[in-house]
Design a protein around this ligand. Structure first.
Ligand code: HEC
Ligand code: HEC
Length: 480
């Protein structure tokens, strides 16, 4: 990472202490009563780490031992020579603020319509965005759009005049496609012990569109997600991912994750999906080139056509604005950012929380460990034992989280299990703890309370837990 905002540490914000951040004092939780015992004790944790594995090494040899606001933005320590140089070139492009016309430090190619001027503008500190940007700041949450039906590859049909995203910024002389605001409604709930909580449901209001906005559009809000550790996830063998899939729930545990299969533009084939909130992108190459194109209006050889093509404000065809060398460097950068080490692994409350995590069957989707295969040309992420806490599969998360917009094989209720590594450093790096695909959860407990569908049983289990066990679970999540 290059640029980061240095702000003071924010332990005071509600929920941050609950995430068990480094530097925040956590009250001792004593004594720990026995956990609710209605979980199936026979359900084996899927892919439990080998006995004796060092769980601090979340990213294997790519693990970084920093706990400050730069923790997500470090080159993996096992990079050297040309690989490290390429990472640094990618870092510069990831941090660069693009502009319509080149000037010192600002590469050309932005727009005509876009969301943000820099990758890092949304992936702040190589971490996540916020649904509530400060006044005058650009959004790091975007709205994906489609109409009913798909093209021959399963891509949702674009909305006439608007394409597949609502670009809410534009260069001088061009109109943004539209703007949107988010309003939240609070719904009260309580744990079985009577402790109250409140969950906020977002509503999106699209306005000021440059053309009348058509009816019947499917809208999927998505916030920028952390970008470290992704090369390790790209290096997972397809078989390793499929080993956890159970699409027809043959083991009858109520959890039926499936792999998404998506269109790979480069190979012109259907392949397993890995990236994006619905595992809707097959590779970091395609994810990053799509981000340049859709999020910044910057063309590459993979996506040479401007996102405004076919619209009233289109500009004539032209050569790719980012060349293949820079694109490859950005891909290498997102493949080789190190993963922060776990902290407080031997803390008794954290260990208690880990038992709760398994008992609540969180591990049935948030797979603790996996071994990577080989990623061509990137030995640094190949053959590593990692602790990503994701199975890379999509799951039905219930009506509450549904966007009702299919993305290849992922239906409107399905989302990819979010990796939980680095979760406890979110507040340090990003100065907030807004979680889930649209940032609606204000902290980890709210994220858990939103779990429905296949994960309803885990949510209900947590609702019944005594406070000490809930706190232990949060301490465990904070140690990731
Ligand atoms: C407007 C904010 C925004 C900008 C600018 C942006 N991204 Fe993203 N990024 C997102 C969102 C939102 C997602 C999730 C997309 C989805 O689910 O389809 C994402 C996902 C990703 C992912 C996949 C993360 C994962 O865990 O699967 C990568 C890698 C990524 N972006 C790289 C980039 C790069 C490289 C750039 C600059 C060329 C960039 N992004 C610019 C918002 C942004
Ligand atoms: C059926 C699979 C499944 C189970 C079981 C499950 N999760 Fe999740 N989890 C997901 C998916 C999918 C998401 C992404 C949902 C979204 O963003 O809308 C998620 C998101 C999260 C997030 C937010 C992460 C982020 O970065 O935004 C946290 C925290 C979390 N889960 C913790 C837990 C805990 C703790 C448990 C057990 C009590 C649990 N999960 C059980 C699938 C599951």
């Amino acid at each position: 990472m290059r640029a980061f905002v240095s702000a003071s540490f924010l332990c005071a914000i509600t929920g941050l202490a609950a995430l068990g951040m480094t530097g925040c004092s956590t009250e001792a939780v004593t004594p720990i009563p026995s956990i609710v015992d209605d979980a199936d004790p026979l359900a084996p944790p899927r892919q439990a780490p080998p006995r004796g594995a060092d769980e601090r090494l979340a990213g294997g040899a790519t693990t970084v031992f920093l706990t400050d606001e730069t923790a997500f933005g470090q080159a993996a320590p096992n990079l050297a020579g040309a690989s490290l140089t390429k990472h640094d070139v990618g870092d510069d492009a990831f941090a660069a603020e693009f502009a319509a016309v080149a000037s010192a430090g600002h590469p050309a190619g932005l727009g005509p319509i876009f969301h943000h001027t820099a990758c890092e503008g949304c992936h702040v500190g190589d971490g996540r965005g916020t649904p509530t940007p400060a006044a005058g700041e650009m959004n790091s949450l975007l709205l994906r759009l489609s109409t009913m039906g798909t093209d021959e590859h399963g891509v949702g049909n674009p909305v006439a005049g608007f394409g597949g995203q609502l670009q809410d910024q534009a260069v001088a002389g061009v109109k943004p496609e539209g703007k949107f605001t988010i309003a939240y409604t609070e719904t009260a709930g309580s744990f079985t012990d009577g402790t109250a909580y409140s969950l906020r449901t977002p509503r999106y209001n699209i306005q000021n569109t440059y053309l009348p906005f058509p009816g019947g559009v499917q809208v999927s809000p998505r916030i920028a997600s952390p970008v470290f550790g992704l090369g390790l996830l790209e290096a997972l063998d397809e078989q390793t991912i499929l080993a956890n899939a159970d699409p027809s729930d043959r083991n009858n545990d109520g959890i039926s994750g499936k792999a998404n299969y998506v269109w790979d533009v480069k190979s012109q084939k259907v392949v397993i999906g890995r990236f994006g909130w619905k595992a809707n992108q097959p590779s970091l190459l395609q994810q990053n080139a799509a981000a340049f194109n859709g999020d910044m209006g910057v063309t590459t050889s993979l996506f040479p056509t401007e996102s405004s093509a076919g619209q009233l404000q289109a500009i004539p065809a032209h050569a790719p604005e980012v060349n293949d060398v820079t694109l490859a460097a950005v891909v290498h950068y997102t493949r080789t950012l190190g993963v922060p080490a776990r902290r407080n692994v031997n803390d008794p409350t954290v260990q208690r929380g880990k038992v709760v995590f398994d008992a609540a069957k969180c591990n049935a989707c948030h797979t603790p460990s996996m071994r990577t295969g080989t990623l061509d040309g990137v030995p640094e992420v190949s053959n590593q034992l990692i602790f990503p806490y994701t199975d890379m599969l999509v799951h039905d998360m219930g009506e509450g989280l549904a966007d009702n917009r299919p993305d290849f094989l992922a239906n409107g209720r399905e989302w990819r299990t979010t990796p939980l590594w680095g979760l406890g450093l979110t507040a340090t790096v990003n100065k907030h703890t807004f979680l889930l695909h649209d940032g609606r959860a204000r902290n980890a407990m709210e994220a858990i309370l939103w779990h429905g569908g296949e994960s309803q049983q885990s949510r209900d289990y947590v609702r019944r837990l005594p406070k000490a066990d809930r706190d232990a679970l949060l301490a465990f999540l904070g140690s990731l």
